[in-house]
Design a binder for this molecule. Structure first.
Ligand code: UD1
Length: 416
């Protein structure tokens, strides 16, 4: 149980539709707290992290219901201001409720999210930015209380363009008194999605999609209907599946304008990519050439969330390559299992040295986190024989039904 079984070694052939974006919908769900009425969110992925956010909103007093992939949230009665230790540690991105709860309730008592297997993930940047906006924060060993009688617009410059801190500042700023100018904001597309949702609800925002956001505080937001954009990381994962296993696939809704770094790498390695307004097509008809150097960076550099799936691709490419991880300090945990499947990878600090092998062999492996787990599925599709990936639940945090999607793409994948 809780596993995925893949019989690999066959070329992929088929098409699938890309689900809504996890990293966009989570802050958008947090933002519904700022609307004293009903928000209708379409194309919401049915994934574990979204269900967890739903539970948190319900604990705070929101009414949440589903119909297909549409979620309706009514936050009119939300009133609780405590977030327990377990809620926060189960999903680190619960931290993005901090800015929204400050905007709505003015006070939050929350546990520290703590680290996770991919890195320490502190929240110092979030807290320093919120302090600038008039938030008083009392820190205890495991909990902190954040309080603002009235949130104040401020000039905030982030020391690093943290995605979560950018989202928290935005969420705190939309109902603050005065104008917030946020410099060195993260430019990940999911932040633009959050801003578009808030603008549709009546927030006054300039600079959407850029590193400088100007947000004029509004008195209130109004009810809104919004469609979540497609998930670039899911699309990217399935592209790496074709790159590793070979074949011809089409990814409906895949956002090519957000996948520039991966598309560039794919073409350099020898993939044939076709882009049209319906999505992305990829033909991989021969063994790919190694990519000499790949480093993860903030958007629009190569995304850290695709680094592990890409390592599975590079494990099979012709030649040697280096992958440098610059965002999270502990994101090579999947290497042990890739080596077990026959890959030749050595890691030294934040670099992985990969010598491409001609084949991988199916094995019993274990997902330890979301994207590393997806990388094992990518490797399993390319490997000869059967791969059993334990701890499927990590993968289900971000992929609605990875086996269904991979079967659409011609793979032999099932849950077990
Ligand atoms: C978000 C994404 C995640 C993605 C990451 C980087 C969501 C739900 N998650 O995570 O999928 O991999 O962006 O694109 O959207 N840091 C600090 N102090 C802080 C905040 C961050 O040191 O206060 C560090 C982190 O430990 C990490 C780096 O900055 O090493 C990047 O973190 P951040 O951009 O905040 O990522 P998340 O929002 O956690």
């Amino acid at each position: 149980m809780d596993s995925i079984h893949i019989y690999g070694g066959n070329l992929l052939k088929g098409e699938t539709r890309i689900q809504g974006s996890k990293n966009a919908v989570l802050p958008i769900l947090a933002a519904t707290l700022l609307v004293k009425g009903t928000c209708i969110i379409k194309n919401c992925p049915r994934i574990a992290d979204v269900y967890h956010m739903q539970n948190l909103l319900q604990e705070l007093g929101c009414l949440v219901s589903w119909a297909g992939n549409t979620v309706t949230v009514n936050a009119a009665q939300a009133s609780d201001n405590r977030m327990s230790g377990e809620s926060v540690t189960r999903m680190r991105s619960s931290i993005m409720l901090l800015g929204a709860m400050l905007g709505r309730m003015g006070e939050v008592v929350m546990s520290y999210p703590g680290g996770c297997v991919i890195g320490r993930r502190p929240i110092d940047i979030h807290l320093a930015a919120l302090r600038k906006m008039g938030v008083e924060i009392e820190e205890e060993e495991h909990m902190f209380t954040a309080r603002a009688v009235r949130l104040q617009g401020a000039e905030v410059k982030l020391p690093f363009p943290s995605v979560g801190a950018t989202e928290n500042v935005i969420l705190a700023a939309v109902l603050a008194e005065g104008t917030t100018v946020l410099e060195n904001a993260a430019r990940e597309p999911e932040i633009a999605a959050l801003c578009e949702f808030l603008a549709a609800a009546g927030a006054d925002m300039e600079g959407i999609g850029s590193g400088r956001l100007v947000i004029k505080g509004a008195d209130r937001l109004h009810e809104v209907k919004y469609t979540v954009p497609a998930d670039r990381i899911v699309a990217g994962t399935y592209m790496t599946a074709a790159m590793a296993a070979g074949g011809s696939i089409f990814l409906e809704q895949a956002p090519s304008n957000q996948l520039g770094a991966l598309l560039k790498a794919a073409e350099e390695m020898g993939c044939c990519v076709t882009i049209n307004k319906e999505g992305i097509g990829m033909d991989v008809l021969r063994r790919l050439k190694a990519l000499p150097y790949l480093k993860t960076e903030v958007y629009d550099g190569f995304p850290t969330d695709l680094q592990s799936p890409m390592m599975a691709v590079m494990a099979l490419a012709d030649g040697q390559g280096i992958v440098e991880e610059n965002i999270f300090e502990n994101r090579f945990r999947v290497v042990g299992d890739l080596v077990k499947m026959g890959a030749d990878i050595e890691t030294v600090r934040n670099k992985a040295y990969i010598r491409g092998v001609e084949k991988l062999t199916g094995a019993a492996v274990e997902a330890e986190e979301l994207r590393g787990g997806a990388a094992l599925a990518v490797a399993g599709l390319a490997a000869e024989g059967r791969t059993v990936i334990k701890n499927r639940h990590f993968i289900e945090r971000g992929y609605e039904d990875i086996c269904r999607d991979l079967r659409d793409l011609g793979a032999d994948a099932s849950i077990g």
